[in-house]
Design a protein. Structure first.
Length: 259
């Protein structure tokens, strides 16, 4: 009976290999589990198996083999997988040129809870870093989602201090610019829209306005913001540890302290 069950399982594995496409995936956090990678890659196709070997690549990175079924365009699937970010890691994918012995790899409950424990507040303070958590993958936007905006009467500025952002409308009005539309672009960047070229040029060279910014330049449709500001809630920190150095060290787990 046992031999027959093993024969049946091997038959299913062989059948899956015939109808599936295997993709080599690497450049993801060491804490990423097979289940997490399964969920991430499943956004772009039907995943039937994920295997993460214990050994690493020649570059010293972890890698995985992800099997998909019902793949109509393998090149497009690989391109989509290469758009995924897991924490600060940009996923790299490529078509597998050879097959491996099938061995589904699922995390145990102990493995899942150990990752959560690594991100506890005490462990972050002790080890000085936070273990990346697998987020939802980014979406691929096609041409129907793209629009070229008319930015001839617009400027972009990067403020020196984050505290200046909510006060910009009042500050700009005091400098004599009343009808300026402000749009927050994320991070330290602001978009300004003007009624005329004359007002835009005056704004660009105005000394008072310029003192609040590291840079002010012509707005561009190709601009991509590579930063964002997030608030981190810190609980359980003793009052004696409420110092700039403490908050700076905590913030360094994700980026740079701005306020």
């Amino acid at each position: 009976m046992g031999d027959r069950n093993r024969s049946f399982q091997n038959s299913n594995v062989n059948q899956t290999q015939k109808i599936s496409k295997s993709v080599f995936v690497t450049n993801f956090p060491d804490t990423t589990t097979a289940r997490g990678l399964w969920k991430t890659c499943n956004t772009y196709g039907m995943v039937v198996d994920v295997f993460i070997p214990f050994k690493r690549s020649k570059a010293g990175k972890k890698f995985a083999f992800v099997h998909f079924i019902k793949v109509t365009n393998l090149d497009r699937l690989v391109e989509n997988l290469c758009t995924i970010w897991i924490g600060r890691f940009h996923l790299y994918a490529n078509q597998v040129r050879f097959e491996r012995p099938q061995k589904p790899n699922f995390p145990t409950h102990k493995e899942t809870t150990s990752v959560a424990h690594k991100n506890s507040f005490a462990s972050v303070l002790k080890e000085g870093h936070v273990s990346p958590v697998t987020p939802d993958p980014t979406l691929v936007l096609d041409e129907s989602c793209i629009k070229e905006h008319d930015l001839n009467l617009s400027l972009m500025g990067k403020v020196k201090e984050v505290s200046a952002i909510p006060n910009l409308p009042v500050m700009i009005a005091k400098e004599g610019f009343q009808n300026v539309k402000l749009t927050y672009l994320g991070g330290m960047w602001i978009l300004f829209e003007f009624d005329s070229t004359t007002i835009k040029e005056k704004f660009l060279v105005h000394t008072g306005v310029g003192s609040w910014f590291n840079t002010i330049k012509q707005a561009d449709n190709s601009f991509v913001n590579d930063e964002r500001i997030v608030w981190v809630s810190v609980k359980g920190l003793p009052i004696k540890a409420w110092t700039p150095n403490s908050f700076r060290k905590i913030a360094s787990c994700w980026g740079t302290l701005v306020e």
